[in-house]
Design a protein around this ligand. Structure first.
Ligand code: BEZ
Length: 210
């Protein structure tokens, strides 16, 4: 069954390039990104894994752990790792799940049979400290993901989980944000004095907490 926003991300134990991982134990109280790849030794996947490895410091800054998945066996992953570093200059620095029995892919509905009957699509799950799914993305095999966008969404998720605000289109860290619609004007004036109401339902403030 599909996993939806707000659902508890199911726990699993899996073989990875960093040994056997119990997802909940590995994740602890951090945020996590679980993302799937259609197949080892494929061009787009190679660039994606290298790119994410190069963003290690950015994920760490956001208290976010990253774990990849491909349905090929561990021996294949171990051989592929060398190519990822060769091509991108970044050594793999996060676990890559060897889901050759498709246990995790099935659990997270990462195989979309009308796209491909055995390979996973490019799924992304952002999971919060409470183990709930906060964001999902699904890309086809032929389209590599934009990991700057993933970092941007994590910034928004973390901000909006702390403050009663929402982030507008194309928002980036440091830009103005919107007071949540659940906050009435009286409370908004107390919490965010001096807010600007562009419309009664669109009240803008500088990003709080900076
Ligand atoms: C790729 O990573 O390049 C890829 C993987 C599976 C199908 C098509 C492309």
């Amino acid at each position: 069954m599909a996993i939806r926003l707000g659902d508890i991300a199911p726990n699993f134990t899996a073989k990875t390039t960093d040994g056997v991982v119990d997802f909940y134990k590995w994740k602890g109280q951090s945020w996590a990104v679980l993302f799937s790849h259609p197949k080892d030794f494929t061009p787009v996947c190679t660039t994606e894994l290298g790119r994410v490895a190069g963003l290690k410091a950015e994920f760490e800054k956001r208290n976010t752990k990253v774990i990849g998945l491909s349905i090929d066996p561990l021996e294949s992953h171990m051989k592929w790792i060398g190519d990822i570093e060769d091509v991108t200059g970044n050594a793999l620095n996060f676990p890559l799940i060897a889901d050759d029995d498709r246990r995790v892919s099935d659990m997270y509905d990462m195989i979309h049979p009308n796209a491909h009957d055995t390979q996973t699509v490019r799924s992304v799950f952002v999971i919060g400290p409470d183990n709930k799914v906060k964001l999902t993305l699904t890309y086809p095999a032929s389209t590599g993901r934009n990991f700057d966008e993933l970092l941007r969404t994590i910034d928004s998720l973390q901000l909006t989980s702390t403050w009663a605000v929402a982030t507008p289109a194309d928002w980036r860290e440091g830009e103005d944000v919107i007071i949540g619609t659940s906050v009435n004007d009286e409370d908004a004036q107390k919490k965010f004095p001096g807010y600007v109401a562009k419309k009664p339902y669109l009240r803008v403030i500088p990003q709080p907490g900076r």
